[in-house]
Design a binder for this molecule. Structure first.
Ligand code: S3P
Length: 430
């Protein structure tokens, strides 16, 4: 679907309560399926990516009911080894989190199955899970170039000490789930602080899983000694969805927006640090703990931005937020430099190449580097057609660009945003 969006004259004011966090929704659902007993998960994200996980689990014999209006999910767990062999390949859609986390779970469960997905998902790198899973003894074969479909056959799993070549919570979580069924303690290290939701949630369910290092750069897991306990919780709001509104409120003059009960786990708040370094006016209010995760209300007021530099651990702590951040950088005064961010090329699309092409098309001066980019900011001229490249976050970022551009922007493939933030058009009146 093509969507043409014009400059927005009105500020963003008031309060908004976004849906539950995507990463936490995936984990709560999958871990509940692996627990024994009935779990109740409130503020569950109802979007394309979580529907993929729901479908796959149903094929594995998991019984769940979803109240789509109330966002309440009830899951009847089957235990770590309780999955039923599915009669057909499991279609993970566009969701790499579904595929990579399920890979660890089906290896642990010892259930024969095939994991596949959309053409886009089948282009993404899977060697990063296939290689360490094989080191653990998993019987898994991949398509050419270590891509999905992945075919699993039951095999006993062994404990390993493994250093992840890239910081990745999906890889870490996959291996931690496999480790629950291994024959000893598994230790994982990684080059950066990827999100630690799996460690927090599995530990709360009774597993012996803990972070490694302070700040954490990895995790350790012991084989499961007793069944995982079911969950009964409300999930925090999604900071990665909130980020689009945080950027929009920062850029739109007169804005004063409060986003309610958002997850502010320090492994996810890099975007707040980066925007603050650019001069953004962001305050955290009513901080508390929800489901073992820090949450807060986030109040954002319009502010003028200046360029900044992002590299190192900060890249990992804002890995999903770069498309929105690039729009902020395009509006900021001066140069914004990002390096050590080559991982952006392995997401739903190559977010460096795709966003660079799109921003250049709407008149922004940007120079692409192998592991980042330089944006020479100021204003967004607009008046062009751009493409979401099948990437929900690129679609929403281009909409932000259009809201502040001098002339309208037409976005091809805009509706892909429903993968993670189906309410986005309604919230912004698009
Ligand atoms: C996710 C981890 C990140 C992130 C993705 C969700 C997760 O991927 O980009 O949207 O839920 O674990 P990587 O682990 O590949 O960096």
């Amino acid at each position: 679907m093509d969507k043409t969006i014009s400059r927005r004259a009105e500020p963003l004011v008031g309060e908004y309560f976004p849906q539950g966090d995507k990463s936490l929704s995936h984990r709560a659902l999958l871990f509940a399926a692996l627990a024994e007993g009935t779990s109740v998960i409130r503020r569950f994200l109802v979007g394309g990516v979580t529907r993929a996980m729901l479908r796959c689990l149903r094929q594995l014999g998991v019984d769940w009911t979803l109240d789509e209006d109330a966002h309440v999910l009830t899951v009847r767990g089957r235990g770590l080894h309780g999955f039923r062999p599915p009669g057909a390949p499991l279609d993970c859609g566009n969701s790499a989190t579904t595929l990579r986390l399920l890979a660890g779970a089906v290896a642990a469960a010892g259930v024969p199955c095939t994991l596949t997905g959309s053409a886009g998902l089948c282009r993404r790198p899977m060697g990063r899970i296939v290689e360490p899973l094989r080191l653990m003894g998993a019987d898994v074969s991949a398509a050419a170039g270590d891509r999905a479909p992945l075919v699993f056959r039951p095999a006993p799993l062994h404990a390993v000490a493994y250093a992840l070549p890239v910081a990745s919570a999906q890889v870490k979580s996959c291996l931690l789930l496999a480790a629950l069924a291994a024959d000893g303690p598994t230790a994982l290290t990684e080059p950066g602080p990827s999100r630690d939701h799996t460690e927090r949630m599995l530990a709360a369910m009774g597993a012996a899983v803990r972070p490694l290092g302070a700040p954490a750069h990895g995790a350790v897991a012991l084989p499961l000694a007793a069944p995982l306990r079911p969950l009964d919780l409300e999930l925090p709001g999604d900071i990665s969805s909130a980020a689009f509104l945080i950027v929009a409120a920062t850029l739109l003059p007169g804005s004063d927006l409060t986003l309610r009960r958002i997850g502010v786990n320090p492994t996810r708040t890099g975007i707040l640090d980066a925007l603050r370094a650019m001069g953004a006016d962001i305050a955290l209010l009513n901080e508390e703990t929800l489901a073992g995760e820090p949450v807060a209300d986030i109040r954002v007021r319009h502010a003028a931005l200046r360029g900044t530099v992002v590299s190192g651990d900060l890249v990992v702590r804002m890995i999903d937020e770069f498309p929105a951040f690039m729009v902020a950088a395009a509006c900021a005064k001066g140069v914004t430099t990002v390096r050590e961010a080559a991982e952006l090329r392995t997401k739903e699309s190559d977010r460096i190449a795709g966003m660079a092409a799109n921003l250049a098309a709407v008149g922004v001066e940007i120079e692409e580097e192998p592991d980042g980019f330089d944006i020479f900011g100021g204003a967004i001229p607009g008046g062009a057609a751009v493409d979401a490249h099948g990437d929900h976050r690129v679609a929403m970022s281009l909409a932000l660009a259009a809201l502040v551009a001098e002339r309208p922007i037409t976005i091809a493939g805009f509706d892909i945003l429903a993968e993670s933030f189906p309410d986005f058009p309604a919230v912004l009146g698009l």
